[in-house]
Design a protein around this ligand. Structure first.
Ligand code: ATP
Ligand code: MG
Length: 745
C-alpha cells in the first residue's frame, strides 16, 4: 500500500504522525500542518499499524471541521470506515444514547435546543412569580450554563455564590430547571458533555468499555477546550494497560495563539499544562508554515507578539515574499464594500478563492450589496444572508403589506409576529374563510363579526393590526420612508417584544433591524422622497435568493470566528477600526484585548497569497454615522509590509474638525452608542408622529411637515387636517407624520 502521504510530510510532522503510543502534544502556529499531520496519523495507525478504525476517536469543534477531517482521511485510505471523527457534542450524544439509563434517563431522552430551554425557564419564572421583564430567561440560562461548565450543582450553588436575594432566586430557578429537565427526560447542550463525564464517574464498567474501545484519542484545536471537554478526554485516555500503567494514548493538536473562545469558557491552560497533566508527554513543535507568503506570516507575527501571556514562537516559510499587504482607508463603509468588490472583479479568477472575513455579522450587509451589484456570486457561511434573516424578512413583510394589503403571504408571516394570540388553527380558519369568500386574508380581518368570534386577545390583536396597516397604507404617500419604518417597528409591537426578551439573540436581531435603517437612509440620501413601492422594488432585486448557485463558485463571507482552521488564497479583512475590531465589548474583560488580538492572528493567517485590510473613515452603523480610528492591530503591523494608504499612529480622521477639543479626541469610538442612539431615535420618531394626533389644530395655523415642508391648515376633519402646501393641498391623517405647528392663528 502506498505511504505517499508520509513522504509528503516534513521530518517533524512525520515524527509526530508515527509517534503512536503515549501522550503527544503538537503545539504549533497557524498553517504549520497540524490538522494535516493528525489526519496522516490516523491513516498511518490504520494502514501501517493495523489499528482498527473502531479503536480511534478523533474530536474537534465544528461539524464542518469534523467533516473535513473525515474527508481528508478517506482521501488517503478509502471510505466507509467505522470511525468516530466527530464533534464533542455528537460523540457524547452517541455514548449517552446507549447508557443514559445509568443516570436515570430514558435512552430516548430529548435534547433541548435554546428555544426549548427558554420556554422552560419562562414557565418556571411564572411559577416562582419572577418578573420576567427584570430577569429574562437568557439571564438565568447564562448563569446555569456557567454553573454546569464549572460543575456546580444547584445544591452547591449557595455555598459558592452566597445567598443574597438574587442568588437565592437563581439557585431556585436552576434547581427547578434541573428537576424539570429530568422529569421531561431531557438534556440541554451543556448536559451532553456534563452527563457523559458523570456517567463515566458513576459506572466504571461503562468508562472501561469506552477506554477499551478508544485506544487512540485525538483532539484538534485543543486550545479551545473547556474544563468538561478536558475531563472527558482525560478520563478516556487514562485507561490502564496490561501492566496497570496508564496508557494515555492521547494526541492533542493546537496553538495557544489561536484560542478565541475564552468568552465561552475555553481554558487556555489545558494546552499550556498538557505536559504536566500527562507524564512523559512527547512534544512536537512545528515551525514551518506551508500556507502563507512570508509577508503575510511576518504581519501575523508582528501583531501576535504584542500579547503578553503567550509562549514565544515564530514560524518560518520557504514560500516567496509575495505581495505586500494592501491597506486602504476608504471614506465610508459603502466605499469600503465597493472597493472590495472591485478588487475581486479585477482579479477575477475563481470566486471561491476569495474570502471576506469580518468581526460581526451585521457587517455583511454592505458587502452583499456591493457584490450583487457587480453580479459576483457569494455565500454567507455560518450565518444567514442579510435579507434572509428572520427579523428583516418580518419587517419587510410589514412593509409589503402596507404597500399591498392583498399580499396574503406577507400577512401570514407577521399575523402572529409579535404574538397576538393567533394560533395555527385560528389562522387556518381565517384562511379558509378568505378562500370561500374569494377575498384576501386582510379583507377577512376587517370583518368585525368574524374577528369578534375569536378569543379576546386575538380579537384585540387583530383589530389593532388591521387598523394600523390600513392607516399606514393610506398615509404612505404622506410619510417619509424612514418614518414609516420607525412607525411600523414601534406600533406593531415588534420592537418592544424584542426588548422584552433582552437576550443575546434578541440584541443581535435588534442590531440587524437598526442596521436596516442604514439601508433606508442610503436610499433617502439618493432620493429624499423615495416611495415605498420604489424602495421595495430595489430591495427585492438585492434580496433575490436564487440569484446564483450557492455552493459552487462563490466568494465566501463569514465571521473571523468561523474561519478558524480554514484557508483561502485571497483574504479581505474589512473594518479595521478600534471599537469594531478590537470590538468595544473586549474592553470589559481582563483578557479581552488579547483574545481579540488572537482573533486577528487567526484572520491574517487564513490568507495564502494576498491579504487586504480596509477601514472606513466614517462608519454608519444602525443609521448613525461616526468617525473612526484605525485599529490598534493595524498599527501594530510592521509598516514595511504594508502598501497602499499610510497608517497613522493616532489618526482619528482626515477631517480634523470632527474632534475639535482635546477631550473629544480621547473619546473611544463605540458602535454600542450608535446602537443605543438608533433605538432611542426610532422611539422618538414614532412618538413625534403620535403627538400630532393630540395637537389642537385650528384653521389658518402654519405647520411644518417632514416631507412636504411648510403649509397652512385649511380644513379640519375627524382625526385629519387638510393643508395647503406650496404647490399642492393634502389631506393628512394625524398620528402618521411629525407635524409641528410653527405659528398659531
Ligand atoms: P491552522 O492552525 O490554521 O488550523 P494547521 O496547522 O492545521 O493550520 P493545515 O491546515 O494542516 O495547518 O495545513 C496548512 C496548509 O499547509 C495546507 O494547505 C496543507 O496542505 C499544507 N501543508 C501542510 N504540511 C505540508 C507539507 N509537509 N508540505 C506541503 N504542504 C503542507
Ligand atoms: Mg488546523
Amino acid at each position: 500500500m502506498s505511504r505517499d502521504y508520509l513522504d509528503k510530510l516534513n521530518d517533524k510532522q512525520r515524527e509526530a504522525a508515527m509517534y503512536t503510543e503515549g501522550p503527544l502534544l503538537i503545539l504549533a502556529g497557524a498553517g504549520s500542518g497540524k490538522t494535516s499531520t493528525m489526519t496522516c496519523r490516523i491513516a498511518y495507525l490504520i494502514q501501517e499499524m493495523g489499528v482498527s478504525p473502531y479503536n480511534i476517536l478523533a474530536v474537534t469543534f465544528t461539524n464542518k471541521a469534523a467533516k473535513e477531517m473525515r474527508d481528508r482521511v478517506e482521501n488517503l485510505i478509502g471510505s466507509g470506515l467505522n470511525m468516530w471523527i466527530l464533534t464533542f457534542h455528537s460523540a457524547c450524544l452517541r455514548i449517552l444514547r446507549s447508557h443514559a439509563d445509568v443516570l436515570g434517563y430514558g435512552r430516548d431522552f430529548a435534547v433541548y435546543d435554546p428555544t426549548d430551554q427558554k420556554t422552560l425557564i419562562k414557565n418556571i419564572s411564572k411559577e416562582l412569580n419572577i418578573d420576567t421583564k427584570k430577569f429574562n430567561p437568557g439571564y438565568f440560562l447564562g448563569k446555569i450554563s456557567d454553573c454546569k461548565e464549572s460543575r456546580i450543582s444547584p445544591e452547591q450553588y449557595a455555598g459558592i455564590y452566597g445567598d443574597d436575594i438574587k442568588d437565592r432566586m437563581i439557585q431556585r430557578v436552576y434547581s427547578e430547571y434541573e428537576r424539570n429537565l429530568k422529569k421531561n427526560n431531557a438534556m440541554d447542550f451543556d448536559d451532553l458533555l456534563l452527563r457523559t463525564v458523570e456517567l463515566f464517574e458513576k459506572d466504571e464498567s461503562v468508562l472501561l468499555k469506552y477506554q477499551r474501545r478508544f485506544r487512540y484519542i485525538m483532539v484538534d484545536e485543543y486550545q479551545d477546550t473547556n474544563q468538561i471537554q478536558y475531563q472527558f478526554v482525560k478520563m478516556l485516555a487514562e485507561a490502564e494497560d496490561d501492566f496497570g500503567d496508564k496508557r494515555n494514548n492521547i494526541c492533542v493538536v493546537g496553538d495557544d495563539d489561536q484560542c478565541i473562545y475564552q468568552w465561552r469558557g475555553a481554558d487556555i491552560r489545558n494546552i499550556l499544562e498538557f505536559e504536566k497533566d500527562f507524564k512523559n508527554t512527547k512534544v512536537v513543535k512545528l515551525e514551518q508554515n506551508y500556507r502563507s507568503t512570508s509577508t503575510i506570516l511576518d504581519a501575523a507575527h508582528s501583531v501576535i507578539k504584542n500579547n503578553v501571556g503567550r509562549k514565544a514562537k515564530k514560524l518560518w516559510t520557504e514560500a516567496a515574499e509575495g505581495s505586500k499587504i494592501t491597506y486602504r482607508r476608504l471614506d465610508n463603509e459603502r466605499d469600503e464594500a465597493y472597493y472590495v468588490a472591485s478588487e475581486i472583479d479585477k482579479l477575477a479568477g475563481r470566486y471561491n478563492d476569495f474570502a471576506i472575513l469580518y468581526r460581526t455579522n451585521s457587517q455583511s450587509r454592505t458587502f452583499e450589496e456591493a457584490l450583487s451589484r457587480r453580479n459576483i456570486p457569494y455565500r454567507v457561511l455560518g450565518g444567514l444572508r442579510y435579507y434572509d434573516r428572520k427579523e428583516i424578512k418580518d419587517m419587510m413583510c410589514y412593509m409589503r403589506l402596507v404597500q399591498n394589503r392583498a399580499d396574503d403571504l406577507a400577512l401570514i408571516r407577521i399575523i402572529n409576529e409579535p404574538k397576538r394570540g393567533i394560533g395555527g388553527k385560528t389562522l387556518e380558519k381565517l384562511r379558509a374563510l378568505a378562500s370561500v369568500r374569494q377575498q384576501s386574508l386582510f379583507e377577512v380581518l376587517l370583518d368585525r363579526e368574524v374577528i369578534s368570534s375569536l378569543s379576546a386577545k386575538a380579537s384585540a390583536g387583530i383589530t389593532d393590526l388591521a387598523e394600523m396597516i390600513s392607516e399606514f397604507s393610506q398615509q404612505q404617500e404622506n410619510m417619509k420612508l424612514s418614518d414609516l419604518y420607525d412607525g411600523l417597528l414601534v406600533r406593531s409591537g415588534y420592537m418592544k417584544a424584542l426588548e422584552d426578551q433582552n437576550t443575546l439573540e434578541s440584541e443581535s436581531r435588534m442590531e440587524n433591524l437598526m442596521e436596516f435603517k442604514s439601508v433606508i437612509y442610503d436610499y433617502e440620501n439618493e432620493d429624499p422622497n423615495i416611495s415605498l413601492a420604489e424602495f421595495m422594488e430595489r430591495i427585492a432585486l438585492l434580496a433575490e435568493v436564487d440569484n446564483h448557485n450557492a455552493d459552487e463558485n462563490a466568494v465566501v463571507l463569514m465571521t473571523l470566528h468561523s474561519a478558524k482552521g480554514l484557508e483561502f488564497p485571497y483574504v479581505f479583512m474589512p473594518g479595521m477600526e478600534d471599537g469594531l475590531f478590537p470590538g468595544w465589548r473586549s474592553f470589559d474583560r481582563p483578557d479581552g484585548l488579547e483574545e481579540e488580538r488572537r482573533l486577528c492572528y487567526v484572520g491574517i493567517t487564513r490568507a495564502k497569497e494576498r491579504l487586504w485590510m480596509t477601514s472606513a473613515e466614517t462608519r454608519t452603523l444602525y443609521g448613525k454615522t461616526d468617525y473612526t480610528r484605525e485599529s490598534q492591530f493595524l498599527r501594530e503591523i510592521d509598516r514595511t509590509l504594508i502598501d497602499g494608504d499610510a497608517v497613522y499612529e493616532n489618526r482619528s480622521c482626515r477631517a480634523e474638525g470632527a474632534f475639535r477639543d482635546g477631550a473629544a479626541q480621547a473619546k473611544p469610538y463605540k458602535p454600542f452608542d450608535q446602537l443605543r442612539q438608533a433605538r432611542i431615535q426610532t422611539k422618538k420618531a414614532a412618538e413625534a408622529m403620535m403627538k400630532s394626533s393630540q395637537e389642537d389644530f385650528n384653521l389658518g395655523d402654519r405647520i411644518m411637515h417632514p416631507k412636504f415642508g411648510e403649509g397652512e391648515v385649511i380644513e379640519l376633519g375627524k382625526g385629519t387636517i387638510r393643508v395647503r402646501f406650496a404647490d399642492d393641498t393634502k389631506k393628512l391623517a394625524l398620528g402618521y407624520a411629525a407635524i409641528k405647528k410653527i405659528r398659531e392663528e
